[in-house]
Design a protein around this ligand. Structure first.
Ligand SMILES: Nc1ncnc2c1ncn2[C@@H]1O[C@H](COP(=O)(O)OP(=O)(O)OP(=O)(O)O)[C@@H](O)[C@H]1O
Ligand SMILES: [Mg+2]
Length: 272
């Protein structure tokens, strides 16, 4: 089955785009009781078109802050951020509208994107199929399990037809088996979106997690943030072919190496 993420023609500007997101020397401070608190310090990171990057770091290191800046929900204190179009967002909490059905939640995103009314139902059904929730169109949010809600949230994010998907621990609240299944689904959707070559549009993902195995399972590149302030501590290119499994020996081996480094960052942070 040929899967397209969106229906808009967007081939004309493909040659000009060298990045899905460009973070250039970004710092962010918040006003706190003890004066300005530097949360992110001089972060530079490019996400290439079609690339899957995970941002990994200890709790409180500034991952969500950075993702919110890339999403345009907040502004950096210094530095610059550019994205290839408006990114789509997906959070740990599904943030679906409980008074709408699964299908209508997706249609709302389609309406905001300017998809004509007559096309919305078919497109919503297609996106539900894509996340393997065909038949759930008329279901209300409270009738769906946690995993199903996150699938609808994923379909709604894909409905925005963005070239960049920003995900903030979207599977953290799910049980291990459901999470495993959704890792597979996300990988499949991302690979399929990029299988048509650059002219087909493509999909880049910037995925935040504090779960090392999850980061290695999903990404082509894992970027580790230090804490207080958040700086890029190290990054790893992950060469194993997809689909990977979280229990693969190669995934476990690299996760161990990254965990050691993460522990070091946490220890250093603890000494402050
Ligand atoms: N709007 C804000 N005002 C003040 N401080 C903030 C604000 N947003 C975040 N912070 C602070 O910035 C730091 C980083 O927070 P952030 O939520 O980005 O961490 P995180 O890496 O996403 O953590 P977690 O893994 O727990 O989600 C924290 O110390 C937090 O208190
Ligand atoms: Mg966070």
């Amino acid at each position: 089955m040929a899967i397209t993420i969106g229906t808009s023609a967007r081939a004309e500007d493909r040659t000009a785009v060298e990045y899905a997101a460009r973070i250039e020397r970004v710092s962010k401070s918040f006003a706190g009781p003890a004066g300005q608190q530097l949360v992110l310090d001089d972060i530079s990171l490019d996400v290439a078109p079609g690339e899957f990057v995970t941002l990994l770091g200890a709790s409180g290191c500034g991952k969500s802050t950075l993702l919110n800046l890339v999403a345009g929900l907040d502004r950096p204190s210094s530095g610059a951020i550019a994205t290839d179009g408006r990114p789509a967002l997906m959070f740990q909490e599904h943030a679906l509208f409980p008074w709408l059905t699964a299908g209508k939640n997706i249609e709302l995103a389609l309406r905001l994107r300017g998809v004509p009314k007559a096309d919305r139902r078919d497109e919503a059904e297609r996106l539900l199929e894509l996340v393997r929730l065909g038949g759930a169109y008329g279901k209300r949010v409270h009738e769906l399990s946690g995993g199903m809600r996150q699938r609808v949230a994923m379909a709604r994010a894909l409905a925005q037809d963005s070239r960049l998907l920003l995900m903030d621990e979207p599977f953290a609240a799910l049980d291990a088996i459901t999470r495993d299944v959704l890792h597979g689904e996300l990988t499949r959707i991302w690979e399929t979106a990029n299988s048509g070559g650059p002219a087909a549009g493509g999909l880049s993902v910037l995925f935040v997690t504090h779960n090392v195995r999850e980061a290695v399972r999903l990404a082509q590149r894992v970027v580790l943030l230090s804490s207080r302030p958040g700086r890029i501590a190290r990054e790893w290119t992950v060469g194993m072919p997809q689909p990977r499994r979280i229990e693969d020996a190669a995934v476990a081996e690299l996760s161990l190496e990254i965990t050691e480094q993460l522990r070091g960052e946490i220890r250093r942070h603890g000494q402050h």
